[in-house]
Structure formats: structure tokens, C-alpha cells
Design a protein around this ligand. Structure first.
Ligand code: FES
Ligand SMILES: [Fe+2]
Length: 348
């Protein structure tokens, strides 16, 4: 069984996906309908009419209100019913839940949990995605696997060597040890792998134009449950940042994943690649978009298989963990703690 962490912000969509059409997406098992008001604000309501459960996403907008496609119950942006056919009295309970939403860093974030606790300042940031100093390519792939499998996958990049050879994997990734740190108070997990002298995989050779071997740094920063950042630095071998931190000769790629559970056994796998070089080069953008999508789909195929394996196995199967799993194990521990904290708070 998957462990959902509630009372958290989750990426529900890219801002570009939400417009004046009603848009359905299930987040943590909750069907939600999204749309923009005439003024452009994003609204999120439970996607189930209070009357006979008809999906509001199958309905229509009238200005900023949603008119149910079955019998016409009409809801405002706060989920309150403003019209019931055939009577002037509107029952007090005629409303659907509304979800807090915030648009930030190109994402639409939705709060899943107790609305009173929705604090915008808790939303982790991915500022590169909406920064003119970076060029970003991004996408979203459906994953038929529990979100924990994607967390495991992203926390241990040694799999790049085996699953993504020929794209982003080279022998040095699997062969270079990692360092793992956990900020227990803020619940953030850091995993770093610095390769001083590594082969340059096609993903970086073609996009940066570097020929020959590279210094390759991978610095992961996971903000459970939803946001995963991989700060990737590429430079010719021996080229390091200056003493003051400036890094004019390094190529920087910010790889961002938003890991949003859809159901207990499926996940929205949002991915974005932001770079600080070749900003206006469409060929580089097309190459990175195609390449990263290929890599993401390689993970999707593997994780979909793993989900089936897990569902078919008897209770009590014991995995074996080794050094490369340190980050993944820390993530599991923090996620468990977050899920547990909420359960404890709920019984108080
Ligand atoms: S189901 Fe929506 S109005 Fe009847
Ligand atoms: Fe991968």
C-alpha cells in the first residue's frame, strides 16, 4: 500500500495546461476540476456535483461559475452553489469542496489536506523554470506505479549507467560514491555525487558542445513529498568554479521533477530541464526535450514493471539495500514520518 502524505502542497499541473476549459486531474485519489476565471485566476473544485455526483469537468463554464452538465446546479469559485433548478431555496449543504491553489514557478500547486493549514510559504521553489536567464523544456508522463518507486528511482542515480546508458549514463555515475545529508528540521534530503573525470554522455555533449572528458557534479535536493531538484554542473575536466562561487565556465542544468501521486498505484511524473546556456538555440531545446523524455520513459517502463512485481508478490518480501540507497532510505524515512505526523495530529 502506498502512503499518502496529506496537508501538503502538490504540483497539480503546469500553468499552461489550465485555461478556460474545464480540466480534470486526480491528485492523491481526489478527483479535482481546474479552470481559470475570466480574470485568469486558477480555481480548483472537487470534481463531483453534490447533487448526483456528475463530474463538474464534464460540465460547462458560465463566466466564473460552473454549471453542472446533468441538472444545472451552479457553483461559484469557492464551491458554493448559487443556483438550483426548480426552486429558489438553495440547501445549506449545497456546495463542493474548494482547494487552495497557488501558481508559482510555472506550476499550479494545490493543497491537499486541511484548508486551514494551507500556508503558501511552505511551497518549495524551482525558480529557474520561470527565470528568463534559463531556457526550460518540460513535460508530464503518466506512471502506472506508486509514487514511492519514483522517489527511489530519482534518489539513486547510479541507475543512469544501466537504464539510461547511451543517453545520460556513463560508468562513472555508478562507480562514484555518494554523500548523503539530511536536514531533519526542514525535512530536506541532499545527495551529492561529484565526478572529477568522467565521460561526457550524449545528453551533455550535444547540448553543451564540450568534446572530451568532463567534470560532472550531481547535487540532489529532495523536498518531500513533491519536489525533487537535481543541480547538474558540467565543465571540461579540471574546470572548477572560482573561489567566490562564480562559475562562468561551467554549464548548469537544473533538472526538476514534481512527484504527485494520482492514486495508490499511479503517479503524475512532471519533469523539466532548465539550462543557463544556448538560451535561444531551438535545436538544443528540441534535443534536450526529446532526450529527457526518452530517459523519463525508460524509467516509466521500469517502474511500471516494478509496480506489477510488487502487487504480485507475497507479503513480507525483504529487499536488500546497499550504499547507493542511502538517499532513498532517508527519503522513505522522512515520508513515513510526515505521513505519521499527520495521522497523529488527526487523532488529537
Ligand atoms: S448531478 Fe449535477 S445537477 Fe444533478
Ligand atoms: Fe532514471
Amino acid at each position: 500500500m502506498s502512503t499518502f502524505v496529506r496537508d501538503q502542497w502538490y504540483v497539480a499541473a503546469y500553468g499552461r495546461e489550465v485555461g478556460r476549459d474545464l480540466f480534470a486531474r486526480t491528485i492523491l485519489g481526489e478527483p479535482i476540476v481546474f479552470y481559470r476565471t475570466v480574470a485568469g485566476e486558477v480555481v480548483a473544485l472537487a470534481d463531483r456535483c453534490v447533487h448526483r455526483r456528475y463530474p463538474l469537468s464534464q460540465s460547462r463554464l458560465d463566466g466564473d461559475n460552473v454549471v453542472c452538465g446533468y441538472h444545472g446546479f451552479t457553483y461559484d469559485t469557492g464551491g458554493g452553489c448559487v443556483f438550483v433548478p426548480g426552486q429558489s431555496r438553495i440547501p445549506r449543504t449545497a456546495r463542493v469542496p474548494a482547494y487552495p491553489v497557488v501558481e508559482r514557478d510555472s506550476f499550479v500547486w494545490v493543497w491537499i489536506g486541511d484548508n486551514d493549514k494551507a500556508d503558501e510559504s511552505l511551497i518549495p521553489r524551482a525558480p529557474w523554470l520561470a527565470d528568463p536567464g534559463y531556457t526550460t523544456v518540460s513535460g508530464l508522463e503518466p506512471l502506472k506505479a506508486r509514487y514511492e518507486l519514483l522517489v527511489d528511482n530519482l534518489m539513486d542515480l547510479s541507475h543512469e549507467t544501466y537504464l539510461h546508458g547511451g543517453h545520460i549514463g556513463t560508468p562513472e555515475v555508478a562507480n562514484t560514491p555518494i554523500t548523503t545529508e539530511v536536514d531533519e528540521d526542514r525535512g530536506i534530503i541532499y545527495v551529492s555525487r561529484h565526478m572529477d573525470d568522467a565521460a561526457c554522455p550524449p545528453f551533455y555533449a550535444k547540448s553543451t558542445g564540450i568534446e572530451g572528458r568532463i567534470t560532472r557534479w550531481q547535487d540532489i535536493e529532495y523536498h518531500p513529498p513533491c519536489l525533487y531538484l537535481l543541480h547538474s554542473r558540467i565543465a571540461p575536466v579540471g574546470v572548477l568554479p572560482e573561489a567566490d562561487g562564480n562559475d562562468p565556465d561551467g554549464f548548469h542544468v537544473e533538472v526538476v521533477y514534481a512527484i504527485t501521486p494520482e492514486t495508490e498505484h499511479s503517479t503524475h511524473d512532471f519533469w523539466a530541464v532548465a539550462r543557463d546556456f544556448a538560451l535561444g538555440d531551438q535545436e538544443v531545446s528540441d534535443f534536450l526535450a526529446e532526450s529527457n523524455r526518452t530517459v523519463v520513459l525508460q524509467d516509466v517502463v521500469a517502474l511500471d514493471i516494478l509496480e506489477q512485481v510488487i502487487q504480485a508478490e507475497p507479503e513480507g518480501y525483504q529487499e536488500l539495500s546497499v550504499n547507493i540507497d542511502t538517499g532513498g532510505l532517508a527519503a522513505r524515512r522522512i515520508l513515513k514520518r510526515m505521513a505519521g505526523e499527520r495521522t497523529k495530529a488527526a487523532v488529537k
